[in-house]
Design a protein around this ligand. Structure first.
Ligand code: GTP
Ligand code: MG
Length: 457
């Protein structure tokens, strides 16, 4: 399908022990032969060859190992050669330029994976999972990526696509050949429960996918509250590091202070903020403004209070902070901090907030474990639930599927059901699902997806 042979440095361009220059295409072995001192023209597939890269005057350039993979059992389904050379950036670039002079074209970002896709070795969701693996910054992201590479998205969607296709075909036969008696005549009574069932499935997939997306980037957890309640102290306690400045002066934190922790396989991106209060201090005002912006982006809010204010029923003191998070559609954990400073426990804390309440001490560490497990729970994560690789693109497609199915259902609900329009909506839904795996993708979309890759992949 592709006439040229492509080449690129597949390892990262930093000094290291080894670099790999990869070639893919019909000419891969022939081109390599021009700069290698041993004969590899008849080399068997999946073999490794020791020798020297040599320049035009036959002078040695580097001592290398060359791996030969012959089509079709390769990443791209084309012939692939990998040159393992010494890892200096100079020598790696030099060998690449020799390969290019010998007839290869420099690969565009993602072009190897793009060829794998075009040759049917992987579907689009698998190609994206390859990129997800490269970018994975935590265990959960890597686990989702490997599921994706193995084709979990396709496995999840294919039965639904098949089901939709069956029904579309059956309706078409019903409409075009009403005289066919051995094909069952579908009625609203058959189709409405089916459509609702599909809608439920899509909702289920969407929620898994959205959780997956959040876990991939880490859960953005913002720490807010009025000054001096111990926000920065809690950040430091969670990070187990003195990252943010802590003093007994109200208004210590002005800027956002960020840090990451991993609980199990989940990454939390913690953001400590300026204490919220009415202030005339210009710097503090800017800090509070930043807090506001961060609140709008957070996945979880930790609202910190001084437990003594709670005890004294000092509600006014937290009004400003509460106003800012009011009506936010994300989970909120209320943290009553400085529990070490009170001698009698609070009788009933249930009425203080709409969400979960946890008592902590950033000084003694009390309640920190409980806080961590609560954070995981609120993020909708449970270790034994399978989660799926997620992308904005997939979510967009799934939301469109949902809209199509809803419209489809409305054609059944009318007094005279319109089966032709119903089938048309199903077709739309199945096309959208097909876009996720790349069955029916425009070249524009493909170009955009693969250009996001790094060169050499
Ligand atoms: N006894 C006790 N003191 C605490 C606790 N948490 C924080 N403190 C103290 O409370 C004071 C304020 O703590 P910070 O962590 O700076 O409070 P903050 O909410 O970040 O304050 P701002 O940055 O000003 O908004 C410091 O003197 C801390 O040592 C706690 O759990 N117990
Ligand atoms: Mg602070």
């Amino acid at each position: 399908m592709f006439e040229n042979t492509i080449a690129a440095i597949s390892t990262s361009l930093q000094d290291g022990a080894i670099s790999i220059i990869r070639l893919s295409g019909d000419q891969a072995i022939e081109i390599t032969q021009k700069i290698f001192d041993r004969n590899i023209m008849n080399a068997k597939s999946h073999t490794i060859h020791y020798g020297f890269i040599i320049d035009q005057d036959k002078n040695p350039v580097d001592e290398v190992l060359i791996s030969i993979f012959r089509a079709p059992k390769t990443y791209t389904r084309e012939d692939i050669v990998e040159i393992n050379c010494h890892g200096g950036t100079f020598i790696t670039r030099k060998i690449l330029s020799m390969v290019l002079s010998a007839g290869a074209d420099l690969a565009k970002p993602g072009e190897f994976t793009q060829r794998a896709f075009y040759h049917g070795r992987i579907d689009l969701s698998q190609a994206e999972a390859v990129q997800d693996m490269i970018e994975a910054s935590n265990n959960t992201a890597a686990t989702m990526a490997i599921h994706g590479i193995k084709g979990s998205v396709k496995k999840l969607l294919q039965p639904l696509i098949d089901d939709l296709m069956d029904i579309i075909a059956q309706i078409e036969v019903n409409i075009d050949y009403p005289e066919y008696e051995d094909v069952e005549q579908l009625t609203t009574n058959d189709l409405l429960p089916k459509t609702n069932d599909w809608l439920e499935k899509i909702d289920h997939i969407l929620s898994r996918v959205q959780t997956g997306q959040m876990l991939k980037k880490g859960i953005d957890t913002i720490i807010v509250g009025k000054p001096n309640v111990g926000k920065s102290s809690l950040l430091n306690a969670l990070l187990e590091e003195d990252k943010a400045i802590v003093t007994d002066i109200a208004g210590t934190t002005r800027d956002l202070v960020e840090g990451q922790i991993h609980i199990g396989s989940v990454q939390l991106n913690l953001i400590d903020t300026a204490g919220i209060r009415k202030s005339n201090d210009k710097i503090e005002q800017i800090g509070i403004e930043r807090t506001k912006q961060e609140i709008s982006k957070a996945d979880v809010i930790l609202e910190i209070r001084d437990i003594r204010d709670q005890q004294n029923k000092n509600k006014d003191s937290m009004q400003t902070a509460l106003k800012m998070i009011k009506g936010k559609d994300v989970p909120i954990i209320t943290v009553l901090n400085k529990v070490d400073l009170i001698s009698t426990p609070l009788p009933n804390t249930k009425d203080v907030s709409r969400g979960t309440i946890i008592e902590t001490s950033a000084v003694t560490g009390k309640g920190m474990q409980e806080l961590k497990s609560e954070l995981l729970k609120l993020a909708g994560f449970s270790e034994n639930q399978s989660i799926y690789m997620a992308r904005e693109r997939h979510i967009h497609n799934l939301l469109n599927v949902k809209e199509s199915l809803k419209r489809a259902a409305s054609y059944l609900n009318s007094t005279s059901p319109q089966l032709e329009l119903f089938a048309e909506e199903l077709r739309g839904a199945s096309d959208e699902l097909g876009e996720i795996t790349g069955k029916i993708s425009s070249d524009d979309l493909l170009g955009k997806i693969f250009s996001g890759f790094c060169i050499g992949k």
